[in-house]
Write a protein that binds this ligand. Structure first.
Ligand code: OGA
Ligand code: NI
Length: 330
């Protein structure tokens, strides 16, 4: 593996007992083709902040093409990959996640979803056009599905207009991002005897909604409301939806963003692709009046720019919404 010169054992964080602590309940599955799916989505967002979707309408061809382009990209030499630029925050990065000391057994490519020519310049591999084409097809299909889900959420919560959330992703200025994560097999996993190497440390996603698709390698875990962790069985044909911090705020805490992490695998590599649907930078994020039910809102209003800055200046595992919570009146 080209990522590291030093043995990982000296550099990485471990979890002594990373075995999932809860075997039940099962992760909710939502069939988007069913008429009652909006109610299932609301229930899943309230109880887990996370669910799997099937019959999502994203062509399998878009998914497998992007997977094959991403696999080609990550198999380039380190030097080639680094030509795409250091992640500040966009570009290619490995093991260092963000600027605050978080490390993981992962390499990644972080992109804006707007057509920023500077960012696409990195695609200097053999066939940059086909990577770009695969990215565009995939991202537009996944964004469309994310917007449909957000509209079902608005319907399910009886909020008007139904594009109250989706319009933030549809906005030309939407600050949505796209991430490809590659977790190579980690040789230390077997030798560590019960401990596990962290691929991506625990965190919540700060945007409104995240749409994750991975190959068939396990590793993703989510935290339940009681603090226990469960493994998410991988399914390359499904998408996994995360409630992000911004949706937690807009629903005044009725939905909670889901804490999740990835453990490295000793044998197989994991490839995941995540679309993070976010609002424009200048957008004010605050609980929707129709959801505060006359009570005080739990969060102060902030712009997405302010929140993003605060996230960027914190550690992955920090409770980043805490600074924006109103102190409960005594
Ligand atoms: C992330 C994330 C999970 C994965 O990038 O925010 O949670 O499977 N990734 O890579
Ligand atoms: Ni995440």
């Amino acid at each position: 593996m080209v990522m590291l010169a030093k043995p990982a054992i000296e550099q990485f964080s471990y979890i002594r007992n990373s075995r999932p602590t809860a075997l039940f309940p099962q992760i909710p599955v939502v069939d988007l083709s069913k008429p009652d799916s909006k109610h299932q989505i609301i229930k899943a967002c309230e109880e887990f902040g996370f669910f799997r979707v099937i019959n999502h309408g994203v062509p399998m061809d878009f998914i497998s093409r992007l997977e094959s382009e991403a696999t080609k990209f990550f198999s380039l030499s380190l030097c080639e990959k680094e030509k795409t630029g250091q992640p500040k925050p966009y570009g290619y990065g490995n093991k260092r996640i963000g600027p605050n000391g978080d490390v993981g057994w992962v390499e990644y490519l972080l992109l804006t979803t707007n057509q920023d020519p500077n960012l696409l310049r990195f695609l200097s591999g053999e066939n940059p056009e086909s990577f770009r084409f695969a990215l565009n097809n995939y991202m537009s299909a996944v964004k469309k599905m994310a917007c449909e889900i957000l509209e079902m959420i608005a319907d399910g919560l009886k909020i008007q207009p139904r594009n109250v959330f989706s319009k933030l992703l549809m906005d030309e200025q939407s600050d949505s991002v796209f991430r490809l994560n590659h977790y190579p097999p980690c040789p230390d996993v077997q030798s560590l005897n019960g401990s596990n190497v962290i691929g991506f440390g625990e965190h919540t996603d700060p945007q409104i909604i995240s749409v994750l698709r991975s190959n068939n390698t396990s590793g993703l875990q989510i935290s339940l409301r009681d603090g226990s962790w469960i493994s998410v069985p991988p399914d390359q044909y499904s998408f996994f939806i995360n409630v992000g911090d911004s949706l937690q705020v807009m629903t005044n805490g009725r939905f909670e963003s889901v804490k999740h992490r990835v453990m490295a695998n000793g044998v197989k590599s994991r490839l995941s692709m995540i679309y993070f649907g976010g609002p424009p930078l200048s957008e004010k994020i605050a609980p929707l009046p129709s959801l505060t039910g006359g009570e005080q809102s739990l969060y102060k209003e902030f712009t997405w720019f302010e929140y993003k800055k605060s996230v960027y200046n914190s550690r992955l595992a920090d409770n980043r919404l805490m600074h924006f919570a109103r102190i409960a009146a005594s």
